[in-house]
Design a protein around this ligand. Structure first.
Ligand code: LLP
Length: 424
């Protein structure tokens, strides 16, 4: 039998005898019903993570706006809405999802560098809480569309504080070489423009410096920069009472510690003390990453000859979970039934897709055989939402576990679903 860290519970799973469970549900049972590959999420984990944020910010006037892009399944949006969250969206499609999940449009923040006219219109008609504007062109277009619809648009300018989030370059967003936000002087100019427009209402300052941030320092530096921008705005007669601090709180994938929200919360409270400021935060990964696993079955084993590598070909692939291929991300892989005796070999766990970049994990020492079920951990954020139909593979189903119950919250995509939009 394999030895796995006692901390598996951090990843929402645990062994009972030799069988892997999520909460009180056997994962083998889920596979029997829905097959593989399949995503499975733990409701208890999401609730517990939400509670950690609430606890960390108890001294502050805050609201959590869940970053829908991390996992946009309607059941999760509903669950988070019931916990009290609003939403951070980046497209009209995500707004429609929030509305389908009976989310309150008045709790929606619209982020993103490239909002299209039809998306601005949809959000203006829905009456969202705030548009986080990222350029002069966007500000002008928003004012124009608001005028046409005879409404006033609440705006924050997304400020780029030029702070290094010290994360993977693809998910760093707060440096001046990144496409996101505007630097301080531009921000000041955009606020003056917004304050003069009768179709815009200055609502706050927004900032998001990156994702999978390991520790609070860069976020606190960014907050200090936001407070300094706020002071300069006040000198120009523009008062701000709301800050959107963005998301980015890192989680554990391997052996790194989770982002210390308690420490960060204390620093935020210290900096905000006496300012009367309300804040929003936009966590995605922190709430859902370690709530989710991707279940997969070993199709074939290709054992090494001479000095080649050993490959375990599984039925999940880069179209289901692209993070290893895209960022070289580490996801822990454990057997669903931990009953095998035998040689432990280093395996490259790869998918069936015709690309050498199609791997889930490399050089993992496991005892494997054909047909064995594996759980790929930390897959609840940026897993299903980044899935594609590459190689005409259907998207995997999604299951939500709650105590000793589970239910399908997205069925497996079939071939008809894929072909229906095509016009031969
Ligand atoms: N707010 C904004 C404006 C964002 O762009 C993002 C993430 C978030 C909030 C949520 O960040 P989080 O709390 O989840 O770190 N696909 C990548 C992550 C991309 C993040 C994009 N923006 C990955 O799999 O690591």
């Amino acid at each position: 039998m394999e030895e796995f860290p006692k901390t598996l519970s951090d990843f929402s799973v645990s062994y009972r005898d030799e069988s892997l469970f999520m909460e009180d549900v056997s994962l083998e049972r889920i596979v029997d019903a829905v097959g593989t590959p399949a995503y499975v999420y733990s409701q208890a984990h999401i609730q517990a993570q939400y509670k950690k944020l609430a606890e960390a910010l108890k001294a502050v006037d805050y609201r959590v706006h869940y970053a829908v892009k991390a996992n946009s399944n309607l059941a999760l949006l509903k669950l988070l809405g019931n916990l009290g969250a609003g939403y951070d969206i980046v497209s009209g499609g995500e707004l429609s999802r929030v509305l389908s999940a009976q989310g309150d449009p008045g709790s929606v923040i619209f982020s993103g560098v490239g909002k299209a006219t039809h998306e601005l219109d949809l959000a203006l008609k829905a009456g969202i809480e705030c548009f986080n504007v990222e350029s002069a062109g966007e500000l002008d277009r928003l004012a124009e569309r608001a005028a046409l619809l005879s409404v006033v648009a609440p705006v924050a300018i997304r400020f780029n504080p030029n702070v290094d989030a010290k994360t993977h370059p693809y998910i760093s967003t707060g440096l001046k070489e990144n496409k996101f936000g505007v630097l301080k002087d531009q921000a000041l100019a955009l606020y003056r423009r917004a304050a003069e427009s009768e179709h815009l209402r200055v609502y706050g300052i927004a900032c998001h410096i990156g994702s999978q941030i390991a520790e609070p320092t860069p976020l606190i530096q960014a907050l200090e920069e936001m407070l300094s921008l706020r002071r300069e705005l006040a000198q120009q007669g523009i008062e701000i009472d709301h800050l959107d601090l963005g998301g980015g709180f890192g989680v554990r994938y391997r052996d790194e510690p989770e982002f210390d929200v308690g420490l960060w919360g204390r620093e935020v409270a210290r900096l905000l003390n006496g300012t009367g400021l309300r804040i929003s935060i936009e966590p995605g990964r922190f709430l859902t990453a370690n709530a989710g696993i991707l279940l997969s079955r070993v199709e074939y084993l290709k054992e090494a000859v001479e000095d080649a590598k050993s490959f375990a070909v599984v039925d999940a692939a880069m179209n289901d979970l692209i993070r290893p291929a895209l960022y070289g991300a580490w996801h822990e892989v454990v057997p669903v039934c931990n009953d095998l005796q035998g040689d432990r070999l280093p395996w490259d766990i790869v998918g069936p897709i015709c690309e050498s970049g199609d791997f889930i994990a490399k050089q993992r020492t496991l005892t494997l055989k054909q047909g064995k079920l594996l759980a790929i951990l930390s897959s609840g954020a940026y897993g299903a939402t980044l899935a594609s139909n590459y190689n005409t593979r259907g998207r995997a189903p999604e299951v939500l576990v709650h105590k000793d119950n589970w239910r399908l919250v997205r069925r497996r995509e079939n071939l008809q679903d894929q072909l229906i939009t095509e016009l031969p």
